[in-house]
Design a protein around this ligand. Structure first.
Ligand code: AMP
Length: 112
């Protein structure tokens, strides 16, 4: 989508700190990290939110990529968290589906 910031990152129009890319998925570091490791994993295709996913292969590529990145960065030793915010009360601020991969500190539970 032409005015979507994450579409622009995925297609290279806006530079970003990429950590992973394949045919379906891009992953880059969050500009406002909430943990020492904070990576966003997105589908390259524009999907507004988790509520708009109608093809289960989106989940396998998104979560599969996140687990692969976590493994490559050695995050499983101390643990990590995957979060998908959806809609206003879910805390979603960018209307392009994204998975947060967070690690590097004790993240605590429950979330605020
Ligand atoms: P959410 O609140 O779940 O929609 O998360 C959106 C995330 O995108 C936030 O953590 C922002 O810090 C992050 N973000 C916004 N713009 C950019 C950008 N240009 N590059 C990297 N991360 C971004």
């Amino acid at each position: 989508m032409s005015d979507c910031i994450f579409c622009k990152i995925a297609n290279g129009e806006i530079p970003s700190d990429f950590v992973y890319e394949d045919e379906n998925v891009a992953a880059f570091r969050d500009v406002n990290p909430q943990a020492p490791v904070h990576i966003l994993v997105i589908p390259k295709k524009h999907i507004a939110s988790s509520a708009a996913v109608d093809d289960s292969s989106v989940w396998s590529s998104l979560m599969g990529s996140a687990v692969k990145i976590a493994r490559e960065l050695g995050l499983e030793a101390d643990g990590y968290r995957m979060v998908i915010n959806t809609g206003e009360q879910g805390g979603q601020s960018v209307p392009h589906l994204h998975l947060h991969l967070l690690a590097g500190r004790n993240l605590g539970w429950p979330p605020g």
